[in-house]
Design a protein around this ligand. Structure first.
Ligand code: 6PG
Length: 237
């Protein structure tokens, strides 16, 4: 489980020989942070991303020796479907990460639309009590992260709001179109911020995003080019 040496071109870049090794190493790192949080504060808070990339990481984290009953878990974004739906990020987390005792804070609350569900989701996040110990972001091939999509009419608000923790998103280009995303303000309230990506295509997008340019074109830039908390990248081909 040897990380390949850091890339000279990308700051905080940890490359692994395989996706499995990445998942295992990331799980150990995250478990250590969460254990530290539990020791210091009596509980820890974790925000994970959905999609296909994190499944092996979830399975590896589940195996770590952690006091899961002291852990609160939520998602960086949720697809606006019930937790029984195959598209639900909550379902993904419940099926692959949660073990006995860990508490899941749902963003989906059954409102008729994500926008209609904003207030209740916001309240759930406030009750959870930020900061997070760890936030793990994913990234799409279009440079979106969470449900912060390029050129979306609500992108500016979701990136710029200083007080909102989440925003309802309609017409997302990645299905399903109705989603709830944490804001940049919420996602940066974390002790540790990690971007977990795989594939050479996504590495190329990352390299592009590292160059100066509009955040609205590649929203991941909002997390790469900020000074609040360093973004660490975990990658395998
Ligand atoms: C979602 C996400 C999303 C995801 C990226 C990467 O619910 O769709 O949270 O932001 O992290 O789209 O998805 P993949 O891992 O499937 O490539």
């Amino acid at each position: 489980m040897q990380p390949v040496p850091q890339s000279p071109d990308i700051p905080n870049f940890n490359a692994f020989a395989s996706r499995e090794e990445l998942a295992e190493a990331l799980a150990k790192e995250v478990a250590a942070d969460l254990a530290h949080g539990i020791e210091a504060n009596g509980k820890a808070a974790l925000a994970v991303s959905g999609g296909s990339t994190p499944k092996p990481f979830f399975e590896a984290l589940k195996q770590q020796p952690l006091t899961f009953s002291s852990l609160d878990v939520t998602v960086a974004d949720e697809r606006w479907v019930p937790a029984t739906d195959e598209d639900s990020n909550e379902k993904l987390v419940r099926d692959h990460l949660l073990t006995d005792g860990a508490r899941f804070i749902s963003l989906y609350n059954g409102a008729s639309s994500a926008e209609a569900g904003e207030e209740v989701a916001e309240e759930a996040l406030r009750k959870m009590g930020l900061p997070f110990d760890v936030v793990i972001l994913g990234m799409g091939p279009d440079g979106h992260t969470a449900s912060l999509f390029p050129g979306h009419p609500r992108l500016e608000d979701a990136l710029g709001s200083e007080h909102r923790l989440c925003f309802g998103i309609t017409d997302a280009p990645k299905p399903p179109p109705e989603r709830m995303t944490l804001t940049k303000h919420a996602l940066l309230q974390t002790r540790r911020l990690i971007l977990h990506i795989t594939g050479t295509d996504k590495k190329q997008v990352l390299e592009e995003a590292l160059k100066p340019g509009p955040v609205s074109e590649l929203p991941i830039r909002a997390f790469l080019h900020q000074d609040d908390v360093p973004l660490e990248i975990y990658w395998a081909a």
